[in-house]
Unconditional design. Structure first.
Length: 248
């Protein structure tokens, strides 16, 4: 019988995926409906002129899922650690399960964002509009799906992981130290933005400071290094943490 039991890491991940499934589902339903509404108004020239030369609308919306994952990440440790440990799950397995959740949710979010790019390209082509990216990216067109997925996977993992660090910091320490950790916990997501040289930080680095992006091989290695640091820091904070009652 024991051989058929799931590994505790998988149990933690499955439980958390189940817990947040409807929150994630309805978030994306609302997100996509708003985007469709913007698209309909744009196509009807209700908010743009007939000579509209557009920048990426889909690209400009990506900050919303990042912040959403940041908030969800804050809840992971305070809302779940005590119940898992009381059920016999070790802190190590809890960290492993949450890490798997970060990978899965980041992949799901990145996949949805990746699909949106060629869809928007099709809409722009149909209307004879020129599609321009607002900021630097690892990709230069909506057809480079692999790089689009990789970039957003890394960004979502970093934002999600930064939220997890904030929640773990407040759970492990008193509120004063927790506030300091919250500020420091923003560094991984900023580091990821800098490594990828994407979005506004990428724009600042490449245009304002005239810093060139590293080679793609170096970008991949550094991006995974940032992700490993996020997991390691959470493990260091939680491996011997005293179990408290749920904070909410």
């Amino acid at each position: 019988m024991s051989s058929k039991r799931k590994h505790p890491v998988l149990n933690v991940a499955q439980h958390m995926m189940h817990t947040f499934r409807w929150t994630i589902f309805f978030y994306w339903v609302i997100f996509i409906l708003i985007y469709i509404g913007i698209g309909i108004l744009t196509n009807a020239e209700a908010i743009v002129g007939p000579d509209f030369e557009g920048q990426e609308v889909w690209e400009s919306t990506t900050i919303s899922p990042r912040v959403f994952l940041l908030v969800i990440g804050i809840l992971l440790t305070p809302a779940s650690l005590a119940s898992f440990v009381s059920s016999g799950v070790t802190r190590k397995h809890f960290v492993g399960g949450v890490s798997l959740v970060l990978v899965l949710f980041s992949a799901i979010f990145a996949l949805i964002l990746t699909i949106g790019y060629p869809v928007e390209q099709f809409i722009y082509d149909k209307n004879n509009w020129t599609l321009e990216l607002n900021n630097p990216h690892l990709f230069s067109s909506s057809l480079e799906l692999g790089w689009i997925f990789f970039e957003y996977f890394c960004l979502f993992f970093a934002y999600f992981g930064s939220g997890w660090l904030i929640g773990s910091g407040f759970y492990r320490f008193n509120w004063k130290i927790g506030v300091l950790i919250s500020v420091a916990a923003l560094l991984p997501m900023m580091a990821m933005e800098a490594v990828l040289s994407s979005d506004w930080i990428g724009n600042l680095l490449q245009t304002g400071l005239e810093v060139e992006r590293a080679s793609l091989a170096a970008v991949i290695v550094l991006a995974f290094a940032v992700m490993l640091c996020i997991v390691a820091l959470n493990f260091i904070m939680l491996r011997r943490v005293s179990i408290r009652k749920k904070l909410f």
